[in-house]
Write a protein that binds this ligand. Structure first.
Ligand code: SER
Length: 871
């Protein structure tokens, strides 16, 4: 057999499973014949969790000596290689010859048959053949001897091996047949051999597997108990040191009347720690909620042991010592596990106190056999965070139950209220489909913090606001799944894109949005095949795009902190956009940033990038998060539980940048690569916008700029570093040339035309008149010419008509100061303007200006002035 590592507790290839619950999970597709491996025999030791779903042992833990939520399952597997006979031979050989178990203590159960299939006579025959005695082989029904992983998937009849742990195997009054699958822990199942033959489908039908296969599962803990001669998993060395740690911390006898609490804590510590190590954090939905229930149950027992302060976190070192060598993930996540436990227990204690108070008051008058009102149990759950099973657990010792119908009715009323308040809000008509879906299918579980690839089940398809059953090739619509790695747009981070695929179907996701609070909606188009509700599909986020989004989101946090350091504490986030190709961050600041400030912000942020320190996420209470100095958006509504993202070393105890954030981030700051291309602009009064690029985009942008500079330098035939000096020189030279050109033009204009005097002026009565019609010069330069003329004549009147390229005319009249009492330039220019077909004109007595449409009348205009002077 090829040794195969344990797969994670979070099943990667199965949308129907909450947690890995058996060694065969990771081989499911191999059994089904859809996946090939380069081996046909395998063995493993698999992390399993049975809490929620088809196999749920949560409520049994502590009550029996052999139930756990978390356990390690040993197994051997054949994928179309050996079958029933060899599996039985191997099992006998291993137990009797390798482990030296006494065959007198072993019992064998086989499938006794039902309406569809007859009794498993083959299995009986093979057990006898290897040496089992006839009377030790027992038939059982479907409940005990037909194994299926979940409601669908590979399955088959099975044969179990049970072990008698009592003192006299030969005494038939002690080693009794009714103890097999019966009461107590004296005889217990140690190994299950499943003869995988069928695939169970969702519609209730069953197919034969391509090849009969073998899946066996043996609990390591039970096997340890048997080999160590005890009935009790919790008495083995696997648990003793954990239980000792509980006893040391509480001073309570581990074998006394509070024994159950010790066991619950030890088991739940393992389950909790392994889940957190895989990235599950307590929440009110999905797997996070199962984790929370497990944690809170243990914490309730810590309280029963009289622990005054949070206890669970203190046990983590004992667990890491015990299991860290085999499971290095415990080492890596030790801090996260410790912090998460401490926080949850601190918060839970507060609610526990209030909740138990209420429970006490409400049950004072109840006696054994009575039931607590469902409404009260619901209030405890809804307002005080008391899971129902905890309430049941707390009342069980007093023999008090809970009115479950009342509980469910209260839950329904609550939903009804939520629905009513929803329909009252804005977009009710178009959005109501999502709300209905939220009620029917529940929230989508988001897996995208940990993975960008998963499987899911299509819960609903929506097209044009209506639920439909199928979406065909070419059609666009929205897909809702039970779980998804696709991030739905929120907090400035835009939605993921990618592919949903299954049995010949491809649905391209072009956007992901959140509706009705927590329903993730995948928007896109079917490229191939037909997508149907109920289908199990593979989900894959566009990794490169998400990678760029992560980098941009983390960079936004770094820039935020750097801005505060450079500009001051008044910098507050006003909005942000995190896309794959760019990021922008709007913040309060009264004036534009200087180039120096931008450079400092860029330097500081990139220093943290270069630290390449890990980016950590914690789950915290809102108050604790605020107290730790985490940045929050002012006015934003947060739940009382928040994700806190920290990155960078130094600064705050948690990290250099600490923010409340639900987005996705890089694993280490170095993954950002580079932050560059910063620019600042104004968006509203008092609000600036910083834009920047990261990673590849930043590098490409920088390269572009270098290329542009190089080609500019090549044009100038100058080395790059001399370019600024050269350009400044060129611009200076150009200005000088323009001035020269303008002077030459003026001179040419004034020197030409029909001049009579030395200065080109003539006398009209006693007034010297310099009159010129010029072309080829700009109207705006006429004034300059008129000034020039006034200087030339010393005392007199200057009139210059300029004709533009399109035949219009402008006229300027200047009167030297000594003559302004007799003639006003304004009067004169108005007369000229009339001749040019225009009207008006304005200025001062010594200089006035007007225009007219008819440049051909330039001479007439000048004549009009001459006439006005009395000529
Ligand atoms: N899948 C079977 C079980 O979990 C045997 O491994 O019991």
């Amino acid at each position: 057999h090829t040794r195969v590592r344990s797969s994670p507790l979070l099943p990667a290839n199965d949308p129907t499973l909450l947690f890995t619950n058996a060694g065969m999970n990771q081989f499911k597709d191999v059994f089904l014949g859809v996946e090939k491996r380069d081996y046909v025999r395998a063995c493993s030791s698999q992390k399993c969790l049975r809490a929620g779903g088809k196999h749920n042992d949560l409520d049994e833990v502590g009550k029996t000596a052999r139930h756990q939520t978390f356990f390690e399952m040993l197994g051997n597997f054949s994928f179309g290689d050996y079958f029933k006979e060899d599996a039985i031979k191997l099992a006998w050989d291993f137990l009797v010859n390798e482990l030296k178990m006494d065959p007198r203590r072993l019992w064998f159960t086989v499938f006794g048959g039902d309406d569809e299939v007859g009794p498993d006579e083959d299995a009986e025959k093979f057990w006898e053949k290897v040496g089992a005695s006839r009377e030790r082989i027992l038939r059982f029904g479907r409940k005990d001897n037909f194994w299926q992983m979940a409601d669908t998937g590979p399955c088959g009849p099975c044969s179990e091996i049970h072990y008698y742990l009592g003192d006299d195997p030969d005494d038939p009054t002690k080693n009794r047949v009714d103890l097999v699958n019966g009461p107590g822990d004296t005889t217990m199942e140690i190994w299950n051999l499943v003869f995988m033959q069928y695939e169970q489908l969702a519609d209730g039908t069953r197919h034969d597997l391509p090849k009969p296969s073998i899946d066996t599962g043996m609990g390591l803990e039970r096997m340890a108990a048997v080999l160590q001669g005890t009935h009790d998993n919790y008495a083995t060395d696997l648990f003793r040191s954990l239980i000792k740690a509980v006893a040391d911390a509480t001073g309570v006898d581990p074998d006394g009347p509070k024994k159950v609490s010790h066991r619950v804590i030890a088991d739940h510590l393992r389950a909790t720690s392994f889940l957190i190590a895989e990235g599950v954090l307590p929440s009110n939905e999905g797997r996070g909620y199962v984790l929370r229930r497990i944690m809170r149950r243990a914490m309730r027992h810590a309280e029963l042991l009289g622990a005054h302060d949070p206890l669970m976190w203190k046990l983590v070192p004992a667990l890491v010592r015990e299991m860290g060598a085999a499971y290095p993930e415990l080492h890596h996540a030790e801090t996260l596990i410790t912090e998460t436990l401490k926080l949850e227990e601190t918060r839970f204690r507060r609610t526990l106190e209030r909740g138990l108070g209420i429970l006490d008051a409400e049950t004072k008058k109840l006696k054994s056999g009575d039931k607590l009102k469902g409404e009260t149990a619901f209030t405890l759950y809804d307002t005080y965070g008391f899971p129902l099973d905890l309430t049941q657990d707390a009342l069980r010792p007093r023999g008090i139950g809970v009115d479950l119908d009342g509980f469910n009715a209260a839950m329904d009323r609550q939903r009804e209220k939520a629905r009513a308040s929803w329909s009252g809000s804005g977009d009710a008509a178009t959005e109501s489909v999502w709300f209905a879906l939220r009620e029917k299918a529940g929230a989508s579980e988001f897996l995208g913090y940990e993975t960008e690839r998963a499987e899911g089940v299509v819960q609903a398809l929506v097209r044009d606001g209506n639920e439909i059953e199928t979406l065909k090739a070419g059609e666009s619509g929205a897909v809702v799944l039970n779980q998804t790695p696709f991030y739905a747009e929120s907090g400035g981070q835009i939605g993921d894109t990618g592919m949903i695929s299954g049995d010949g179907v491809r649905f391209r996701v072009t956007d992901t949005q959140k509706k009705a609070g927590d329903v993730f909606v995948h928007i896109g188009t079917v490229e191939q095949g037909t997508l149907k509700t109920g289908a199990a599909v593979a989900l894959e986020v566009d990794h490169a795009r998400r990678g760029a989004i992560r980098a941009n989101h983390s960079a936004t946090h770094l820039l935020h902190e750097a801005l505060r350091q450079v500009l001051g504490d008044h910098v507050a986030q006003k909005g942000s956009l995190v896309a794959p190709d760019r990021l922008r961050f709007d913040f309060s600041h009264p004036k534009p940033m200087t180039a120096d400030e931008l450079a400092r912000v860029e330097d500081i942020a990139n220093d943290i990038v270069l630290q390449n320190s890990p980016v950590t996420t914690r789950l915290m209470g809102l108050d604790e998060a605020r107290a730790s100095g985490a940045r929050a958006l002012f006015g934003e509504k947060y739940g009382d539980e928040v994700r806190v993202v920290a990155m960078g070393e130094s600064g705050n105890a948690l990290g250099w940048s600490v923010e409340l954030c639900g987005g996705t981030h890089v694993a280490r700051t170095g993954d950002i690569g580079l932050i560059a291309g910063l620019s600042d602009s104004g968006v509203a009064s008092g609000v600036r916008r910083l834009e920047a690029l990261t990673g590849k985009a930043a590098r490409k942008n920088a390269n572009n700029i270098i290329q542009l500079a190089k080609s500019a330098a090549a044009e100038l035939r100058a080395p790059l570093e001399e370019m600024p000096g050269r350009l400044a020189g060129l611009l200076e030279e150009r200005k000088r040339l323009e001035r020269e050109l303008s002077d030459t033009r003026k001179k040419l204009a004034m020197g030409g035309g029909k001049a009579s005097g030395a200065d080109g002026a003539r006398m009209v009565g006693d007034i010297k008149l310099l009159a010129r019609a010029v072309s080829g010069i700009e109207i705006k330069d006429l004034k300059g010419l008129a000034d020039e003329g006034k200087k030339q004549v010393g005392s007199g009147v200057v009139a210059i008509v300029g004709v533009t390229g399109d035949g219009k005319a402008g006229i300027v009249v200047g009167v030297t100061d000594d003559l302004t009492k007799r003639f006003s330039a304004v009067d004169l220019v108005r007369k000229a303007a009339e001749a040019l077909g225009g009207k008006g004109g304005g200025g001062r007595p010594d200089m006035a200006q007007a225009g007219g449409p008819d440049g051909g009348k330039a001479d007439a205009a000048l004549a009009a002035i001459e006439q006005a002077l009395g000529g």
